[in-house]
Ligand binder design. Structure first.
Ligand code: ADP
Ligand code: ASP
Ligand code: MG
Length: 406
């Protein structure tokens, strides 16, 4: 008998027929004697349309009330699944985030889970029930409803799995597992059987939305085995686990694409100690996180300073930068929103050279100009023009020998 946490994403609960399919799977696990906690997303498109409604209600929706609104998407699916399971004669009970003991900080819209009091769920399982938990939500210390950021149901599931010491956290989605790149962009993408937390974390950070970043951080920290798999077939998916000796030794394991960044360049910044702090401190105070930063020194004591932020933060970052530029005497600001970040990821890069050269040559062979480059021990990222994004992904996928054999 195993304890399984099963999370189903938006497309897997898109309508009653889909929720009935979910019920079939849950029922199967339960019939095998497993204890099951189900974590659900909202029906696909619902979170977006709730955000749309909020924007109609107010240009700048109050963050607390927005969380109350967004949490209803997951409340709906949790109730529907519990109803279906009960009507089939199973013992099932739905839980909102706070009822499942999910305690978060107060950052509305992207709250972090601080602690889970799993007692309620534990007792429910011991009483022979299937627990159905609304994903993506918790409550802060004052009891206010919070949400965990887009894609946050993954994190709800991993956190619950960790608190219950579940045998596995299964993430059911609309693809068969984690692929070498987004299978919707490259039809030569290959399914990866096993991937390390470290590589999966880089992939998530760099744009592969199949798992929310925080869910992987959580799984890595608390050693929760994740199985990413399709809710539409019975295939084995991808295990996200610690590095082990039976893993394929590849230099590059995946390519990612992130279309959600924008670039800001402050031209002719005085080349003096303290100017970078003057630029980045107000951005940090505004809770804007900066991704890439490049400084090019020009002659005559001036430098150009370029950085990227997410598109959501772009307008605010631009306003702050314009203000700082005036204060420090930088005469010009350039911005670009039509950019894409392509990245090559692999643990093998720690011990192999030449990956950057192969990446740059492959992009050059398609005449794709690289605007910015950044690296870590296990990845290289390039900013290019958005219109070349998909071509770049496919080109790099072949250049690193990742294409599946046909
Ligand atoms: P869910 O609604 O189930 O949470 P998401 O849309 O959040 O699903 O994540 C699944 C999607 O992630 C896939 O449909 C796929 O397009 C995208 N994706 C991006 N990169 C990858 C990758 N490397 N492997 C698998 N899927 C990926
Ligand atoms: N419904 C939320 C979203 O669309 C959370 C999730 O699906 O994981 O982002
Ligand atoms: Mg998701």
């Amino acid at each position: 008998m195993a304890l399984r946490v099963q999370k189903y994403g938006g497309t897997s609960v898109a309508d009653i027929e889909c929720i009935n399919n979910v019920a079939d799977r849950v029922q199967k696990a339960s019939d095998q004697g497993d204890k099951v906690v189900v974590v659900l997303s909202a029906m696909s498109g619902v979170t977006d349309s709730l955000i749309g409604l909020a924007r109609q209600a107010s240009e700048t929706p109050d963050k607390r009330e927005l969380d109350v609104l967004l949490a209803t998407g997951e409340q709906t699916t949790a109730a529907l699944l519990a109803m279906i399971l009960k009507s089939r004669g199973y013992k099932a009970k739905s839980f909102l985030g706070f009822q499942a003991g999910i305690k978060t900080d107060k950052t509305s819209g992207k709250a972090r889970i601080l602690d889970i009091d799993g007692e309620n769920i534990q007792q429910t399982l011991e009483d022979g029930y299937i627990a159905v938990v609304a994903g993506f939500q918790g409550a802060d210390a004052d009891g206010a409803i919070t949400t965990l950021g887009r894609g946050g149901s993954d994190t709800s599931a991993v956190a619950i799995a960790s608190s219950l010491k579940a045998d596995v956290c299964e993430i059911f989605t609309d693809v068969d597992g984690v692929y070498t790149t987004d299978p919707r962009i490259c039809n030569n993408a290959r399914k990866i059987n096993k991937i390390t937390y470290e590589e999966m974390l880089e992939m998530a950070i760099l744009g592969a939305k199949v798992l929310q970043i925080r869910s992987v951080e959580f799984a890595k920290k608390y050693n929760v085995p994740i199985h990413v798999r399709s809710s539409f077939n019975e295939e084995e998916g991808t295990m996200v686990v610690n590095e082990s000796s039976d893993m394929e030794s590849v230099i590059v394991s995946g390519i990612t694409l992130d279309m959600n960044e924008a670039r800001i360049t402050l031209k002719r910044v005085p080349d003096q100690p303290g100017v970078s702090a003057k630029i980045f401190t107000p951005l940090a105070k505004a809770e804007i996180s900066v991704d890439m930063i490049i400084q090019n020194t020009r002659s005559h004591g001036e430098t150009d300073l370029t950085f990227t932020v997410t598109k959501d933060d772009f307008e605010r970052a631009k306003e702050i930068s314009q203000k700082v530029a005036r204060e420090i005497g930088a005469p010009e600001i350039l911005t670009a929103e039509e950019i894409a970040k392509v990245s090559v990821i692999g643990l093998g890069m720690k011990s192999h050279s030449g990956v950057a050269a192969t990446m740059f040559q492959a992009l050059a062979s398609e005449n794709i100009n690289i605007r910015l480059i950044s690296t870590s021990e296990i990845r290289i990222s390039c900013i290019i023009l958005a219109k070349y994004a998909e071509l770049a992904v496919r080109t790099l996928h072949s250049a690193f020998g990742l294409d599946q054999e046909k």
